[in-house]
Design a protein around this ligand. Sequence first.
Ligand SMILES: [Zn+2]
Length: 347
Amino acid sequence: MSPDAGATALDYLYDRNPDPGTVIDIAPGVRWLTMPLPSSLNHINLWQLEDGDGVALVDTGIFSNASKQVWEQVFAGALKGRKVTRLIVTHAHPDHIGLAGWLCETHGIELWISETEWTMGRRFSLEPGKILVESGVALFRRGGLGGEAEAMAQARMITRVPSSPVPATYHRLEDGTVLSIGGRDWRVIVGRGHAPEHCCLWCPELDIMIAGDQVLPKITPNVSLWPGRDAEDPLGNFIATTNTLEETVPDSVLVLPSHNLPFHRLHNRLRQLRDHHAARMDEVLAATDAPKTAAEVVPMMFRHRTLDQRQMAFALGEALAHLQYGVTLGALAREDRADAAWLFHRT
Ligand SMILES: [Zn+2]
């Protein structure tokens, strides 16, 4: 994810996040909890929804002792004596699903998640190293890293974030699923591009949408081609989701994002995200006057930044997502080079 300049055209209800462990009311039956993250993006927002005689939880925080301590504080405080009715996970990234197994097992909670995200989360939590290295090598070769692909995949393995084993059973969420939570309808809107089957939750009665990472106010959600899903067009899917959200959810909605602050003016934000990617596509098209690999396009897309190995892995995935989208649009053609790298050039 990267910072962008688009934050000014949004309206914020708060000027800071709650302190870790503090649960605050944000709307009737909706509460906000912030968890620490050990990265430059130093927090994640989690949500709690009144659900009859209990409380439904949305997302978990990363698998870490710091997160577990915050949960223990919450269970001894705001959730003391309360039944937890379910755990809803928006998508399988480690800061959202990392403690699902631990929470479900410790507190006897059942998990609600989409099928693709469950499958990814479950596999990743059981055999992370194997998946990361094998699929990483293949993707980095396609990206044009050649002999460096193996080392890069191993480096990702070292910086990987573990998860507690994702539960073996789950309740399946799908696009259009309507959950009755605390007597109110929450409709699942599946978003694609940042993750394959990310669930946003929209409550028309409260005019609130839990957006997960699909729409963030101050940073652009990471949209990358992921190892093992080479045939997909994540950026095309992401743009399509911005259109779906604009057509489905009114601009008056209060957006609860997983990072930074709740905000109004969803439609402005969706436009900004589309504009951001259109500008990046212009850079990508300018860079591909002669055939180029994703690795050769990265320095042109990220020319003001020095990238460490981990950032390079993300940058390569992002470059590939833009290049693939160019192919979908018919603006670029893709060829296989003898060393398995993909070469892109303007049509
Ligand atoms: Zn995410």
